[in-house]
Design a protein around this ligand. Structure first.
Ligand SMILES: [Fe+2]
Length: 286
């Protein structure tokens, strides 16, 4: 069957759920492709759920609620039914525990927009069975790389991996006024600042010009880029990118294609780049 592709999506602000954009179109296209291939489910790491200490958790709440989001009409998400994949979550717990992770299920966690925004955009008609993996609040890139690497074999079984975070995502340096005053999240009253453009380019270069173990090294090294701290005031939205490199950066992934499918600048300085690593095998899975 071959390996499924892996997506790194920059979810941006909550308004990316309600407003149309090139990124939203790309998310839908990727969702349509995944459904056409009969994916078994989605394995996703977001940016808004981090466990303390050395802990990570899998979402095992059978009926998760959704944390509400600002600046989006509730009709866009309240009635969307999330389908947690408890069997696969338990399987992931076993796989991760065997690799030495302090990992368990969380039966009460409600899902947050970093994850359900992407699921709604990709799969508006219905949510495929989804396995949600937390990040860890120490934000160690090598730790998150290993999570992706440990779960990577599920790509051979037609699970779709997604990391939802941000390429350039510094809420302190965004220009919020047009969104707060006019609900215009895409206003660009001036060009993005140089640090944002420089780091955005570095992310694109690493993802599209490296592969395999080199991709893993380069992604972790991006956190030492001179512009990283400008582009990410906190590390949380970059962990999903590292997870993706773990899932898509094995020696077997060397020379796999990778592309930037879309990009949406929001709030002047937030760069929502959308990437796909690997590609679907030619034959349609049945
Ligand atoms: Fe976020």
């Amino acid at each position: 069957m071959g390996l499924t592709p892996v997506h790194f999506f920059s979810h941006g602000s909550t308004m990316m759920l309600g407003e149309e954009s090139e990124s939203a179109d790309y998310w839908k296209k990727c969702g349509d492709e995944a459904l056409a291939r009969n994916i078994k489910g989605v394995v996703i790491m977001g940016a808004h759920w981090d466990c303390m200490g050395d802990r990570i958790e899998l979402a095992t709440n059978p009926n998760p609620g959704k944390s509400p989001v600002a600046y989006v009409h509730p009709d866009k998400y309240v009635n969307y039914k999330l389908i947690p994949d408890l069997d696969t979550a338990n399987r992931c717990i076993d796989m991760l525990a065997r690799e030495g992770f302090n990992v368990g299920g969380n039966e009460t966690f409600d899902w947050i927009h970093d994850v359900y925004l992407i699921l709604i955009r990709m799969f508006p008609a219905y949510c495929p069975p989804t396995t949600l993996v937390s990040a860890n609040a120490r934000y160690d890139p090598h730790f998150h790389m290993k999570i992706g690497a440990t779960l990577r074999p599920l790509r051979e079984e037609n699970y779709l991996f997604i990391g939802t975070g941000g390429a350039v995502h510094n809420l302190y340096r965004n220009r919020w006024a047009p969104m707060l005053r006019f609900r215009d999240n895409f206003a660009l009253e001036s060009p993005p600042e140089d640090w944002a453009m420089e780091f955005r380019q570095a992310v694109e270069d690493v993802i599209t010009k490296t592969s395999g173990p080199q991709l893993r090294r380069a992604m972790t090294r991006l956190m030492k880029h001179p512009r990283f701290r400008d582009a990410h005031a906190t590390d949380d939205h970059f962990m999903a990118a590292i997870f993706v490199a773990g899932a898509a950066g094995d020696a077997e992934d060397e020379n796999a294609p990778a592309m930037m499918g879309a990009e949406s600048w929001e709030l002047t300085n937030m760069c929502n780049s959308q990437f796909t690593l690997g590609r679907w095998p030619k034959e349609i899975a049945v």
